[in-house]
Design a protein around this ligand. Structure first.
Ligand code: SF4
Length: 417
């Protein structure tokens, strides 16, 4: 992608930066836990690409002048596309959109669906980051999840992909059926031995209606203590191995944080394409309906696809997002910045709560200048007094610790006004 875009002589200064997400709604076989929108119907890929091109065309007309600095091709299983279909996908993106030189371009891949020909083509077309879904190194756990691959085939693909890409992210899951502290620890040891640039660690959520949720009674799952132990010990081991935890579920070696993912948590704009894809642009959040055939029909008639959600954010929504999203990040929330943007003085409103969460190890508080306490200082008041009586120093920034991340939903609900 990048080469052709470099040639467009983009006037970067006058362009608005955004992220671009493309959903590929096909999988060879559905995994037992998966609630993402994808169909076991790759025979519809060519028709889908035709519709995608129309959505790209209509969107480029509606939002002229956008310049993308991150592209994420996710799914579904984008690596299921044939080399010719991948080539066509990149032609579509290149025809309708411009990317900043050096943009991050990620493609999600299932280990069972990559080969040298595809890897070489992806690199040639500007992909510079590969996200590989492993989930577990235990074949027993992979089988219970109905994953297409076993650990051996993941390893083969990983080694092959390493010859083409330096920036590889590996997805792992915890809280799996029959998973133990020991089996997770072995998974982590296996992955750390490969030293990928980036690692994502997600907790399994049993989504209603998925085959795994229907069979939940048949399996033992890690109990609450084991679940917390697995997450906290993983955070520690990853830090010891040189990975910085920059978000609840994401860890990276120096220089390999995902720019595209950060965009979501920093409330930066992005456009999503394909059924179920979400967008955030011009203060509005919307998602395309989870309906491949409706999507293709609308676009064949030259209309935008139907949206399942469309929200123009109210001041209350914005305040919620300005609190909720930064607190997913390890760098946390700057309270002065929050007050400037929304008028909400969290330190004043929730001081006792913040001090409690700090005392109990759920939160780190970054403090500003000390309040004057001696005679001299009393004559020269500090310019930044605390904003609440309980704190002797101004609290400038708050951030959740790994222990806090484990119960982040409860803490965030407690802090929202
Ligand atoms: S490969 Fe990914 S998107 Fe496809 S069914 Fe499995 S988890 Fe879902």
């Amino acid at each position: 992608m990048t080469e052709r875009h470099d040639n467009k002589k983009i006037n970067e200064q006058n362009r608005r930066l955004a992220g671009l997400y493309v959903h590929i709604p096909f999988c060879e076989k559905k995994c037992a836990y998966c609630d993402f929108y994808s169909l076991e119907a790759p025979q519809w890929t060519d028709a889908y690409l035709t519709a995608l091109e129309t959505e790209a065309f209509l969107t480029a007309q509606r939002h002229p002048g956008l310049l993308f600095d991150s592209v994420y091709i996710g799914g579904g299983t984008p690596s299921l596309l044939t080399p010719a279909q991948l080539d066509r996908l990149f032609d579509i993106l290149t025809r309708h959109f411009s990317c900043l030189p050096g943009s991050e371009v990620t493609l999600e891949a299932n280990p069972a669906t990559l080969d040298c020909e595809k890897l070489s083509l992806l690199r040639e077309r500007g992909v510079n980051r590969l996200s590989l879904g492993l989930q577990s190194a235990s074949d027993r756990e992979l089988k219970l999840l109905s994953r297409l691959h076993d650990y051996r085939s993941f390893l083969q693909t990983y080694r092959l992909a390493s010859a083409y890409f330096q920036n590889i992210s590996v997805d792992l899951m915890f809280g799996l059926p029959c998973q133990t502290r020991e089996s997770f620890s072995e998974t982590l040891s296996e992955v750390l031995a490969l030293a990928p640039a980036h690692l994502s660690l997600y907790a399994l959520k049993l989504e209603e209606g998925t085959p795994l949720s229907k069979k939940r009674g048949l399996f033992s799952f890690p109990d609450e203590d084991a679940f917390a132990d697995i997450y906290l010990s993983a955070c520690e081991r990853l830090e010891d191995a040189g990975y910085k935890q920059y978000e609840i579920s994401n860890f990276a070696r120096q220089g390999f944080c995902s720019r595209h993912n950060l965009r979501y948590w920093k409330r930066e704009e992005y456009l999503g394409f394909g059924p179920s894809a979400h967008s955030f642009i011009d203060g509005c959040r919307y998602a395309n309906k989870r309906d491949l055939f409706g999507y293709c029909r609308s676009l064949s008639e030259g209309r935008f696809p139907e949206r399942s959600e469309m929200t123009r954010l109210s001041p209350g929504d914005i305040l919620e997002e300005e609190i909720f999203l930064p607190l997913r990040l390890a760098e946390g929330l700057d309270l002065s910045h929050l007050e400037e943007k929304t008028g909400y003085a969290m330190e004043k409103a929730s001081c006792a709560k913040l001090l409690f969460y700090e005392k109990e190890g759920y939160m780190r508080l970054e403090r500003g200048r000390t309040m004057p306490s001696d005679a001299h200082a009393r004559t020269a008041p500090a310019s930044l007094p605390p904003r609440c009586p309980e704190a002797r120093e101004r609290i400038e920034r708050i951030a959740l610790t790994p222990k806090g991340f484990l119960v982040s939903n409860a803490i965030l609900a407690d802090l929202l006004p």
